[in-house]
Design a protein around this ligand. Structure first.
Ligand code: AMP
Ligand code: GLY
Length: 424
């Protein structure tokens, strides 16, 4: 076998997107995914999920990869990149000490304070705190209460109801010992993915996710119901501010550590009415579904980009970007996000599955399984997303929804307004 061996860790739509981009690289000879999903199975060899970092690294040793790409944050927080370094395996994804930036919101706030990065003011509250005084301090706008745990998006309450804020604060202090109360940041959100290592950083085009379950940003928070890229709210003026105020200081901070940050830093941004950017959160991974719309815009060979960052050679890799627009719309199971109903058949998929490279429109598999008879079934809350790459946003929107219309999943739901902010 010629070409590089690459292992992607994870099982969602993000990992399918990573596999699609890596599969398009002529430099990749052999692609593996742990555990992957029914989509990655079409282009990579899936391996059964491993229960520990040690077991994962033993699998890597068997496969002898040139590169491991870690999709989700949990294995990074558990030290997968550290274990890869010990085994001399190139890993895209930061070591645990730096993955802490996502693992602990308090740590992220302290890192931002140290680096002088703009973010919401906050109070750390514990059982000795005067909760009413803290609520008073941020009164007049919604209260933002954040548990300092990896809660999959469920650890944050934004509310104008003082009693609800107080109840969640008290609950969180009981559960975790402390909680953060943050000033509310008004504005429009966007996501910026920055690939970095000890030598350089590369900012990928900014995107916008749609976190609420239903149209018009109604309903509960989800992992993300759709996204598009590039997001015009990040104009060249805003982009320059983000680079100067956030990316440069964070890169300097993260690369002055004993082991530099090698991976992607996800910057959740709030852009206010003066076009000033603030950090809402950092993640240490590609966003999902942001990844599905950002990677197709990257013209640079994906192996070169990810391997470069994993080996401190990113300074040798130039980032080139297509002048196109990508949009993805998520199909979710009935009951998502509260209690998704799984196991139902998805019909229509074989008709819309093209060859395994990006065309003009395609399907990113997330919670999709395939049974012995070849029938695809929904195995998760976010089941799949339909993605299109076109010359403009409206065409990308129409092409992605056209694919979605060809699929049926009993009780399945999706938003009909992905991209609305950029189209109004
Ligand atoms: P997080 O888990 O920190 O990303 O928060 C989840 C969501 O809550 C974000 O995507 C925002 O929509 C909202 N949010 C978080 N922090 C703030 C804030 N300080 N001001 C306004 N909205 C916020
Ligand atoms: N789509 C938001 C996230 O991945 O955290």
């Amino acid at each position: 076998m010629t070409g590089a061996t690459v292992v992607v860790v994870g099982s969602g739509g993000r990992e399918h997107a990573l596999c699609l981009s890596l599969n398009a690289s002529p430099k990749v000879g052999s692609l593996h995914c742990v555990p992957g999903n029914a989509g990655t199975a079409r282009i990579a060899t899936n391996h059964a999920s491993e229960s520990s970092i040690k077991a994962l690294v033993s699998l890597f040793k068997e496969l002898a990869p040139d590169l491991v790409v870690v999709g989700p944050e949990a294995p990074l927080c558990d030290g997968l990149a550290d274990a890869c370094a010990e085994a001399d395996i190139a890993c895209f994804g930061p070591v645990a000490a730096l993955a802490h930036l996502e693992g602990s919101k308090l740590h992220a706030k302290q890192a931002m304070e140290a680096a002088g990065v703009p973010t919401a003011a906050f109070h750390r509250l514990d059982k000795t705190s005067n909760i009413d005084a803290a609520l008073d301090a941020f009164a007049g706008q919604p209260w933002v209460v954040k548990r300092d745990v990896l809660a999959g998006g469920k650890g944050v309450v934004v509310t104008s109801d003082r009693d609800e804020a107080r109840t969640f604060i008290e609950f969180s202090i009981k559960a975790d010992g402390y909680v953060l109360l943050e000033a509310f940041l008004p504005g429009e959100e966007a996501s910026m993915l920055v690939v970095m290592d000890g030598t350089a950083y590369r900012t990928l085009p900014a995107s916008q996710d749609h976190k609420r379950a239903y149209d018009d940003d109604e309903g509960p928070n989800t992992g993300g119901m759709g996204a598009y890229c590039p997001a015009p709210v990040v104009s060249s003026e805003v982009h320059a501010k983000v680079v100067e105020r956030i990316v440069e200081p964070m890169h300097a901070h993260l690369c002055s550590q004993p082991v530099p940050y090698r991976g992607v830093l996800f910057i959740g941004l709030m852009i206010d009415e003066h076009n000033d950017p603030y950090v809402v959160e950092f993640n240490v991974r590609f966003g999902d579904p942001e990844c599905q719309v950002t990677l197709p815009l990257v013209a640079t060979d994906m192996y070169d980009l990810l391997h470069g960052a994993a080996t401190d050679r990113l300074h040798e890799v130039a980032l080139e970007v297509h002048d196109s627009v990508a949009l993805t719309v998520v199909l979710a199971s009935e009951g998502y996000p509260a209690s998704p109903i799984k196991g139902r058949p998805i019909d229509g998929l074989p008709h819309v599955l093209a060859e395994e490279t990006y065309g003009e429109a395609w399907v990113n598999f997330a919670g999709v399984a395939q049974d012995e008879d070849g029938q695809y079934t929904a195995s998760g809350g976010r089941v799949l997303s339909c993605t299109a790459l076109k010359g403009d946003l409206v065409s990308a929107h129409d092409a992605a929804y056209d694919v979605l219309q060809q699929l049926t999943l009993e009780g399945g739901h999706h938003r009909t307004d992905i991209g609305h902010r950029a189209m109004e």
